[in-house]
Structure formats: structure tokens, C-alpha cells
Design a binder for this molecule. Structure first.
Ligand SMILES: C[S@@+](CC[C@H](N)C(=O)[O-])C[C@H]1O[C@@H](n2cnc3c(N)ncnc32)[C@H](O)[C@@H]1O
Length: 225
């Protein structure tokens, strides 16, 4: 299935991917903002919680859909692989990512190993709010299999090895990544990655020739990076 474009629900795509096939995932899901004019209607014949244009689910439905996807991620990603899951939130529901991480921790073999802050190069000032801050950063959850919480694979460079003890020391990588918001491509999708971000993430976690899957590919930024 390499080098072929499948425009379909990621659950269908993942059915074609064998167990333990990928070294990891880099992705950002839809945020359920309720702004998509084509959003689902209960009376539609093809009503489907998992459809791409659905963005006004209840909180419970949203968490259920995302968790179902995570169960598939767990199957297709190698046990020592890593899932980099960027999840912002709508102003109305800042708890949503935390609720999702909690559900995944409780209902799958996966858990959060690290949290990275992606500092963007610009953000619109939030001047109508007397108390909320301008959101110039987003979080990227580093999700791994519980049995590899301390042994999952990354691509950190060794800086030196103690000759006596054979203890390895690695270059210093911090959990703050500064990267552009997007690549300036005019798209209906306002929540794209930047190649800059994707490249920095790949550099930290994935050696060359790794197989990386993005289940919410959008305009294809992960593939380009
Ligand atoms: C937040 S955007 C990600 C954008 C992407 N990172 C990029 O750089 O373009 C989420 C994308 O996932 C797509 N999507 C939503 N539900 C999906 C599903 N069930 N299967 C596959 N794609 C889906 C949306 O159409 C949207 O393009």
C-alpha cells in the first residue's frame, strides 16, 4: 500500500495495516469544534460517528471515537514505538485532551511518557477575554505502551559513554519545540502542521527508514516532513 493515496476514514485504512507494522505515529485529530457546516445530523442516512466531516459530537461520543482509534494505533504500532499526538482544545473545553489521555490510560495498554510544548511563532491576541491568555503554545502528548514506558525507542544522539561503567549520556533535548504554525499554504483546514514541527519531531524520535503513520493526514504535512 506504499505510495498510494487512500482518501477514507482512518479506521478503514488501519484495517489494511498489519499488526506491529509502524515505528510510530505523528498526528493531530479534529477538535470537535462544531464549526463544520456539513456536520452530521442524526436523521442522515449515512450517519456515522467516525465520518471525517463530523465535528459536533458530544464529549462522550468524541472520547469514544478517539479511543477506538487509539486501540487500532496500539495494534499497528510496534510495542516499543511512539505516538506523538498533538491536541489543542477549543476555548469551551480545555479539559478535553486531559479526559482523553485519562481514558486511553485506563482503557488501553498505552500511556503518556512525556509532554512536549510546541511554541508557535504567532497567535492571535485574545483581547476580548479579561482572564484567558493568548494561546501561543499547544501540547504534544508522547504516548507509549505501558510495558515500554522507560524503554520505548527514540533517536536521541549519544554524546559520550563512560568507559568504566558503559553508562551512555545523550545530547540535551528539551520538551519545548519552537516551530512555525503552518507552512502558509492556503487551505480550508486551519489546523495544519508545519514541516518545521514534523522534522523536529522526526529528528528526536525516528531514525531514517522508520515507518511513520499519520491517521489525520489533512493536506499531507507529515508525509512531506
Ligand atoms: C487537525 S487536521 C490535521 C491536519 C494535518 N496535520 C495537516 O498538516 O494538514 C485533522 C484532519 O483529519 C481529517 N479527518 C477527520 N476525521 C478523520 C477520519 N476519521 N479519518 C481520516 N481523516 C480524518 C480532517 O479532514 C482533517 O483534514
Amino acid at each position: 500500500m506504499k505510495n498510494k493515496i487512500y482518501n477514507e476514514d482512518n479506521i478503514k485504512t488501519m484495517e489494511k495495516i498489519p499488526d506491529n507494522h509502524c515505528h510510530g505515529i505523528i498526528t493531530t485529530p479534529p477538535y470537535n469544534l462544531g464549526r463544520n457546516p456539513n456536520h452530521r445530523r442524526k436523521d442522515q442516512e449515512d450517519y456515522n460517528l467516525y465520518a471525517d466531516n463530523v465535528d459536533n459530537l458530544t464529549e462522550e461520543e468524541y472520547l469514544e471515537v478517539r479511543t477506538t482509534e487509539f486501540k487500532e494505533f496500539q495494534r499497528i504500532v510496534k510495542d516499543d514505538g511512539v505516538i506523538l499526538y498533538n491536541m489543542s482544545y477549543s476555548k469551551e473545553n480545555p479539559m478535553l485532551p486531559l479526559l482523553l489521555m485519562n481514558k486511553i490510560h485506563n482503557e488501553t495498554d498505552l500511556t503518556v511518557a512525556d509532554v512536549i510544548t510546541w511554541k508557535k511563532n504567532k497567535a492571535n491576541p485574545f483581547q476580548t477575554s479579561p482572564n484567558k491568555l493568548t494561546r501561543i503554545s499547544e501540547l504534544i502528548y508522547v504516548i507509549v505502551n505501558k510495558k515500554h514506558l522507560h524503554t520505548f525507542k527514540a533517536n536521541k544522539e549519544i554524546s559520550k559513554i563512560n568507559e568504566k561503567t558503559k553508562q551512555k549520556f545523550y545530547k540535551n533535548y528539551t520538551n519545548l519545540i519552537e516551530a512555525r504554525n503552518n507552512d502558509g499554504i492556503k487551505s480550508k483546514n486551519k489546523a495544519t502542521f508545519s514541516i518545521d514541527l514534523v522534522e523536529q519531531l522526526i529528528h528526536i524520535y525516528f531514525p531514517p527508514k522508520s515507518i511513520i503513520y499519520d491517521p489525520f493526514m489533512g493536506i499531507g504535512t507529515t508525509a512531506k516532513g
